[in-house]
Design a protein around this ligand. Structure first.
Ligand code: SF4
Length: 425
């Protein structure tokens, strides 16, 4: 896929949009930590974290990741347990495994550049090379090369789709092939328009403000023609995130309202037309915080399933009439519990599933032994929704919970289990 920076904006509306979006972004962009750098590795990490996740959630995760793994090489060489722990709570864990696979591929390809006397691995700067990396699609490749290298690569994510369908009054479903291609084309014309504009070279603030001095934009969003592609793409995302929101769009303060079809025709709430939403499917799991001698049994999820490699309490998916916790317990274990009582119920959603995780605290009493496998492995007949036999069970004390990466729902159970010990159930 070739980037074509010579695309000319035919449409006068697009021509008017470019400076308005750039002006607005220069004055209104949020000061996000990854906007203070042009390091493609840092930008790549932020883009992967931001998939399906809100900005405010991502900030502490990104800062911690960059502190712990500040280079491609560090990410490539980090132990699997460490990358999962750093991602714990962000969800969609395939992202972090792909990220590491990609870092390893870059390191293996051995592209280095000298920087302050040290050799560092270089992130590819070419759109096609970035797109060829594992886990990086057209959107992410466009975001990385436009933001880090100011290349005129378009981006199209949910925010940009919303802004463009409303601006151009596109009523067809954006997932439909020709409509999607049209949206990519509009995004491309806009970023190429920014690339070819002389926006950063003109006395921008003075023109904008009738010749009066204006407060300078912050350093990280300072108007300059070295950043026009980066800023144009980010302006579309930012407008979608802050102003052209899914509900209650702030059209009255929108910098492009005069050019917006949906606003003009009072169709803002109708667009984008995303078709019928898939109905959510309810799923019910029963989990057991099994305690013996002050330690709990946890197991690691196998590769190839949702939340692979994360830790969890033994659990089973149940269907039909609500079964009794004790009956389900006996499907998983051969032992007779001393105590079994409700611990906590956690409700959450993963993709189109609405999940109820109902947990029980189970005490086996003191046996004098807390060795993990020797005594427990043969007693666990099955564990987890995958239905696989658990061979990764471990008995751990509540103080050790923090050393393992749990899925968000099971982390809540871990905290409830720890409290149950403290309260001396
Ligand atoms: S005018 Fe309203 S609908 Fe149109 S782009 Fe602006 S916020 Fe979105």
């Amino acid at each position: 896929m070739r980037l074509n920076s010579n695309i000319k904006i035919q449409n006068s509306k697009l021509q008017k949009l470019v400076p308005r979006l750039l002006d607005w972004f220069a004055a209104n962009a949020r000061d996000l930590p990854w906007r203070r750098t042009r390091d493609p590795y840092a930008i790549w990490v932020s883009e992967i974290m931001l998939q399906q996740t809100q900005v405010k959630t991502v900030i502490p995760f990104w800062e911690r990741w960059m502190r712990e793994l500040p280079s491609i090489e560090a990410a490539a060489n980090a132990p699997s347990a460490k990358i999962h722990k750093l991602w714990e709570g962000l969800g969609y864990y395939t992202r972090v495994r792909n990220l590491q696979k990609t870092a390893q591929q870059i390191v293996k390809s051995g592209k280095r550049k000298a920087e302050s006397g040290n050799a560092v691995y270089q992130f590819p700067g070419n759109f096609d090379d970035v797109l060829a990396l594992p886990g990086i699609g057209r959107y992410t490749a466009g975001a990385i090369v436009s933001i880090a290298f100011n290349q005129p690569a378009p981006i199209l994510d949910g925010n940009v789709i919303r802004v463009l369908t409303r601006l151009f009054g596109i009523a067809e479903n954006p997932k439909e092939k020709t409509t999607n291609a049209r949206l990519w084309q509009l995004a491309e014309e806009l970023v190429c328009g920014a690339h070819n504009s002389r926006w950063g070279e003109r006395p921008h603030e003075l023109k904008q403000n009738g010749g009066r001095a204006q407060a300078p934009a912050r350093e990280n969003v300072r108007p300059t023609n070295e950043k026009t592609c980066s800023h144009l793409n980010q302006s579309l995302m930012e407008l979608g995130a802050l102003v052209c929101t899914p509900r209650n769009a702030q059209c009255l303060i929108c910098p492009v309202k005069k050019l917006c079809m949906a606003f003009k025709e009072n169709r803002v709430d109708e667009l984008p037309n995303l078709g019928k939403r898939e109905t959510a499917t309810a799923r019910h799991f029963i989990a057991f915080a099994v305690e013996r001698d002050g330690k709990f049994l946890v197991q690691q999820r196998p590769a190839g399933v949702v939340n692979a490699h994360l830790w969890e309490f033994p659990n089973l998916e149940v269907t039909g009439t609500k079964p009794e916790g004790e009956a389900v317990f006996h499907k998983l274990f051969d032992v007779k519990p001393k105590v079994i009582q409700p611990l906590r119920t956690v409700k959450h959603s993963i993709t189109r599933y609405r999940i109820t995780l109902e947990a029980f605290y189970v005490s086996l009493g003191g046996t004098g032994s807390t060795r993990p496998h020797a005594k427990t492995k043969s007693r666990i007949r099955g564990a987890g929704p995958s239905g696989r036999i658990s061979n990764t069970g471990r008995w751990i004390a509540p103080e050790e919970f923090d050393s393992l990466a749990f899925s968000s729902a099971h982390k809540k159970l871990a905290s409830a289990a720890a409290k149950s010990i403290l309260s001396g159930r």
